[in-house]
Write a protein that binds this ligand. Structure first.
Ligand code: ADP
Ligand code: FBP
Length: 306
């Protein structure tokens, strides 16, 4: 079974605005509400690609209830811990001439709730996959992912981490199966800006030396670089298309990569399916469907086990 964990899930309120002006009343042209959060997005795309997963994490208040109900309606299994106070956040995504985002703080997660999550994770079995994705609320210590990975050590559970900064750095010593920083996040980890592919490969190799098994660096419209455990560096250019909403493109790439790898055991195909899923999501208004993803595959869908 694949489990995704989203500490700070959301409702994503996506608005389209013509001529956005700060300091003025702006009227939307279109608005939609989706269940958000990186682990949740991974679960939705896995479900779209026919793989079962269970979305774990924390929910609170009426927004948390709607988020959970929506995920179930999209075919995902969910098992969120209900927090006693507050509301799950509403993240605002503004699609104007440029894309802007306002991501909320989220409810407080007390120690008791955290212990309940750890107890759930004890039930995972060898061969299971655990995806830890997204930020954590400020009220939690930055070693939370590290604590989970410590508990998962020697259990036979493969852990995927899509996070930034300290949260990511601290888990490397536990050998996550996959990490997926984007090129900016990769540079930030080392306090630098990366301009060339050679630089990106060099810094991704550092992450492998620090413990990551596979490093997938996404580069938005420039595609992705995969440094796999077999020592090979693979590069993939994305298909061409018009960006409609790139929120969730990174999460879709993680889900597509996992689906490709689990279905075929082939890193090349995993990278291809990950890229198709990331780009397909960027080219539609929300997370892409299977049909939308298959459109961008370089080989027949059956070769990816779809
Ligand atoms: N503008 C785009 N055009 C084509 N593909 C895109 C675009 N933006 C994202 N993608 C696809 O989605 C993947 C992940 O996007 P990226 O923006 O790098 O991730 P994140 O959302 O984590 O920052 C890319 O590697 C690419 O395949
Ligand atoms: O946990 P974070 O880093 O605050 O991000 C949460 C936001 O990220 C998303 O999961 C999208 O992530 P990406 O665009 O990076 O793939 C949104 O659904 C959500 O609002």
């Amino acid at each position: 079974m694949i489990y995704t964990v989203t500490f700070n899930p959301s409702l994503d309120y996506v608005v389209q605005i013509d001529n956005m002006e700060l300091g003025q009343i702006n009227r939307t042209k279109k608005e939609n509400i989706y269940p958000g959060g990186k682990g949740n997005n991974v679960s939705v795309i896995l479900s779209n690609l026919g793989l079962e997963s269970r979305a774990l994490g924390f929910k609170a208040g009426f927004t948390g209830k709607v988020m959970d109900d929506m995920l179930r309606a999209y075919g995902c299994q969910t098992d969120f811990i209900l927090l006693p106070e507050g509301n799950s956040r509403i993240n605002v995504k503004i699609k104007a001439d440029t894309e802007s985002e306002i991501n909320g703080q989220g409810p407080v997660i007390e120690k008791e709730a955290l212990i309940r999550l750890y107890a759930k994770l004890q039930e995972l079995e060898p061969g299971d996959i655990l995806v830890l994705a997204g930020s954590i609320p400020d009220t939690l210590p930055e070693n939370v992912y590290e604590q989970i990975m410590e508990r998962m050590e020697h259990t036979g559970v493969h852990v995927v981490v899509d996070a930034t900064g300290e949260l990511l750095k601290r888990v490397l010593k536990y050998h996550p199966f996959l990490i997926k920083p984007n090129n900016h996040e990769l540079g930030d980890l080392f306090g630098t800006t990366l301009y060339t592919e050679e630089e990106i490969i060099m810094y991704a190799q550092k992450l492998q030396k620090m413990g990551a098994v596979n490093v997938l660096v996404s580069m938005a419209e420039k595609g992705a670089l995969l440094l796999a455990e077999d020592g090979q560096v693979r590069k993939m250019r994305p298909p061409k298309g018009t960006v409609v909403n790139s929120v969730g493109a990174g999460d879709s790439m993680v889900a597509g990569f996992l689906a490709g790898y689990l279905n075929t055991g082939d890193y090349e195909k995993a990278l291809e399916l990950g890229t198709a899923a990331g780009s397909a999501t960027a080219f539609v208004s929300w997370l892409a469907s299977k049909e939308e993803i298959v459109r961008y595959l370089v080989r027949p869908a059956i070769e990816y086990g779809l």
